[in-house]
Ligand binder design. Structure first.
Ligand SMILES: Cc1ncc(COP(=O)(O)O)c(C=O)c1O
Length: 373
């Protein structure tokens, strides 16, 4: 292979930038500092204290009695693991409405599974009635339905509660939710809507350093785990959860410093409460939407706008990458352009994690200044 990438020495001399990306996002100083502890072994009692604390605190924060796995991986791992664990010979229904749901459908196909898509235009939301119509057409055919709760590429929040209620009418079909850019900033009642597996990456609305993924697993999904050599080893629900039951630890060596950071941040999140965190995210989303409507337009279908990421349609034809570069250089704040093909057509503001309406306003003021709005 001919590599065109040249080494660019990491100098350590970079100005701090405030992150308004759709993840990673800002992390509190004491959470960063929590990682700087002398190392300990992953089979020591101290590890059991740490891991059982973060697992049980996560259940409390997410308001669920379902099992929780915290795994050293990015959330993408659970696209693979949920597919391998829950899908046997049956089909997988993957509604696609943006980059991440399309990628999830592709990953599912790569794993050799039979995927049926419901294709929406980017910016549209997945509709429960379409899921119902497809399931009704051949109820026995589907092992799983997978939905991305928050399409980070389009700023659409899909109605997973209503979709979950539809899937729950089909007890042999498992409901899998990618909540990677939502959980922690957008509350969902997991059990009430029959969600069998829902997962996130901690660098998004949990506001932690990247490197851990969290998956909440229903009893039915645990029982279901496909009993073949095809189920996931690393992300196997049984392997992870049985190890937790026996030892209160993880099956292989975890990123211990990240788990120390997790412990610290989850305490902050519990202190704030999920209700208050949800409300703060609602306020930030409303502020950002109002600002976007005043100066541009929203990319997301009306009524389905995200709580954590606003995707703004560049109706004024501003130079998006130029504005991002100037805001970064002059204000030390970073926001995002559109995803993939809609890079210049849209801009995205991540208002998640530790941000507030005031901090988001600082960014929108800077954009107004730079783009002459
Ligand atoms: C909806 C969604 N799914 C999956 C991913 C991939 O997450 P990770 O990079 O943490 O594996 C992302 C990342 O932005 C996302 O927004």
């Amino acid at each position: 292979m001919v590599s065109v990438t040249k080494k660019r020495e990491y100098t350590g001399e970079y100005p701090d930038k405030t992150l308004y990306l759709p993840g990673p996002t800002e992390v509190r100083d004491d959470v960063i500092e929590a990682m700087a502890e002398p190392m300990f072994g992953h089979r020591m009692d101290r590890m059991t204290d740490l891991y059982t604390t973060i697992v049980e605190d996560t259940k409390e924060f997410l308001d669920t009695d379902n099992d929780v796995i915290v795994l050293t991986a990015s959330g993408t791992e659970f696209w693979e693991a949920t597919t391998l664990n829950l899908v046997d010979d049956g089909r997988v229904l993957c509604p696609t409405s943006g980059a991440f749901s399309e990628r999830q459908a592709n990953v599912t196909e790569r794993l050799g599974k039979d995927v049926e898509r419901i294709e929406y235009d980017w910016g549209e939301a997945v509709k429960p009635e379409d899921v119902r119509a497809t399931l009704e057409s051949d109820a026995a055919a589907y092992d799983a339905v997978t939905v991305v709760m928050n399409e980070t590429s389009t700023g659409v929040r899909n109605p997973i509660e209503a979709i979950g209620d539809v899937v729950a009418e089909y007890p042999d079909t498992y409901f899998v939710v990618d909540a990677i850019s939502a959980l922690g900033g957008d509350y969902v009642d997991i059990e009430a809507h029959g969600i069998d597996a829902i997962f996130t990456s901690v660098q998004k609305a949990f506001a932690m350093p990247p490197g851990l993924a969290v998956c909440v697993v229903s009893d039915a999904a645990y029982e279901r785990e496909v009993e073949t050599d095809d189920s996931s080893w690393y992300g196997g629900f049984r392997r992870c959860l049985d190890y937790y039951d026996r030892k209160g630890q993880t099956h292989s060596t975890p990123a211990i410093p990240l788990m120390l950071a997790y412990r610290k941040q989850m305490k902050h999140m519990l202190e704030e409460t999920h209700a208050a965190r949800d409300e703060r995210h609602r306020e930030m989303a409303e502020y950002t939407r109002d600002w976007a409507r005043e100066h541009f337009d929203l990319y997301a279908e009306d009524g389905y706008e995200s709580r954590t990421v606003t995707c703004i349609e560049n109706t004024r034809g501003i130079d998006v990458s130029g504005a991002i570069a100037t805001v970064s250089e002059e204000y030390d704040m970073v926001f995002s352009n559109g995803y993939g093909d809609i890079g210049e057509e849209t801009l995205r503001i991540g208002h998640m994690g530790e941000h507030t309406v005031e901090s988001v306003r600082t960014l929108t003021d800077a954009i107004e200044d730079v783009a002459d709005l």
